[in-house]
Design a protein around this ligand. Structure first.
Ligand code: FES
Ligand SMILES: [Fe+2]
Length: 393
């Protein structure tokens, strides 16, 4: 233990005992202590140990088809702009002007260059300060001539960034968890984004993947959608393949559309699959990405903290490229878009309710059910990422 564990310092004996209980085998384990979901210190630790070290998914490559296409956003308190440069390469920069720090890109769209709204310094699509420009007359060193670059790589049509210059390449990060290999046969790279659903929840970010991994609640909350009489949590659990940091599984479930109807038919790569219309797949990637696939779509979700008690969730519906332009395409996409909002909202009330409980002075963490072994796996890998795997754990 050291200065880098602010919450543990001064509370060590109780905390270590509490964490030991969380790390016990699932049938003897208790959930995480409430402060992991409420404390600003834990949130700071998560930034340093997870979000500013790991590869983070920020979008799809097809959001940026042309040179100049860009999107500015905040990710875990850092302003970022992703854009396609004049050569057609995707780039990421800190959206922080080299003069006084104002964001130079706003919203999304297509730009030839980025004009800082404060004193009109201009940056090109490679983040380089355009010269001659307003800085004339002030001394500008080499670092001032370039917006701070952020590492960017792509896989499967997804755009990833990494705030850590020393992080391993994306391929190594994915392969450490067998992610490329386990996801390959749902072909995310052959799909195209047709709908983005992004919404805020008043809860800690960890509750979102925990809820998505929770087979225990499905028969209760989703009994009228996909958790009806055929859903068996024991079976859902048996289908799981645990990887070092996450898991994946192939299972039986209807697609995410009214009456589980395949509005466009099956994806070309799944048309002969033995599960047919009932093909379903999911794969979790640390720290916060959950890819779901069905017979006709890939539908990933990602969640980012906006603070200890606030989270932004984004769900992308991606369809095989070959579906694009088929009859009544837009109308069918609108049906899918409506459905994903309904299904996501079924869980939103619940995760907010968990957070309210966690905030209560009466809250005592409860025991885990064996159906929660996925949550147990995830929490344990999370604790190791936060605190190391040494004397504390
Ligand atoms: S803050 Fe950007 S030009 Fe001054
Ligand atoms: Fe759910």
């Amino acid at each position: 233990m050291g200065a880098e564990h602010p919450v543990l310092n001064g509370e060590a004996p109780d905390t270590i005992e509490e964490l030991r209980q969380t790390r016990a085998p699932v049938t003897e384990a208790r959930h995480l202590p409430a402060y992991y979901y409420t404390s600003p210190e834990i949130f700071e630790l998560e930034k340093q140990k997870l979000f500013y070290k790991d590869w983070l998914i920020v979008g799809r490559v097809e959001e940026f088809p042309n040179p100049g296409d860009y999107r500015a956003f905040e990710l875990v308190d850092e302003p970022v702009v992703v854009c396609r440069n004049a050569k057609g390469e995707l780039k990421a920069f800190a959206n922080v002007c080299r003069h006084r720090g104002v964001a130079v890109a706003i919203g999304s769209g297509n730009a030839k260059e980025f004009l800082c709204p404060y004193h009109a310094w201009v940056y090109d699509l490679d983040g380089a300060l355009v010269s001659p420009s307003r800085p004339r007359g002030i001394k500008v060193g080499p670092e001032t001539r370039q917006l701070p670059p952020i590492r960017l790589e792509t896989w499967g049509g997804f755009v990833f960034i990494n705030f850590d210059e020393k992080a391993p390449p994306l391929a190594d990060y994915l392969d450490a968890d067998d992610y490329r290999q386990s996801v390959a046969y749902v072909h995310p790279e052959d799909t195209v984004l047709v709908d983005t659903y992004s919404y805020e929840l008043d809860c800690n970010w960890k509750l979102v993947p925990e809820n998505l991994a929770d087979v225990y609640h499905v028969e209760v909350i989703h009994r009228n959608s996909f958790g009806g009489s055929t859903y068996k949590p024991e079976k859902a659990l048996a289908e799981l393949v645990f990887t070092k940091y996450g898991w994946y599984k192939e299972y039986v479930s209807g697609t995410m559309a009214p009456d589980a109807e395949l509005l466009f038919g099956p994806a070309p790569w799944l048309k002969d699959h033995p599960k047919g219309k009932q093909f379903a797949f999911s794969a979790f990637l640390r720290p916060n990405f959950y890819l779901f696939a069905r017979a006709d779509m890939v539908q990933p979700f990602v969640c980012y903290p906006l603070g200890p008690h606030k989270t932004r969730v984004t769900g992308w519906t991606c369809l095989p490229k070959s579906f694009v332009g088929s009859p009544v395409f837009d109308e069918k996409v609108a049906i899918l878009a409506k459905f994903v909002r309904k299904f996501a909202d079924e869980d939103s009330d619940l995760v907010r309710a968990i957070q309210r409980g966690l905030n209560s002075k009466y809250f005592v963490r409860g025991p885990m059910h064996e159906f929660e072994s996925v949550i147990h796996h995830r929490i344990n890998r999370y604790l190791e990422a936060l605190h190391g795997n040494g004397e504390v754990l």
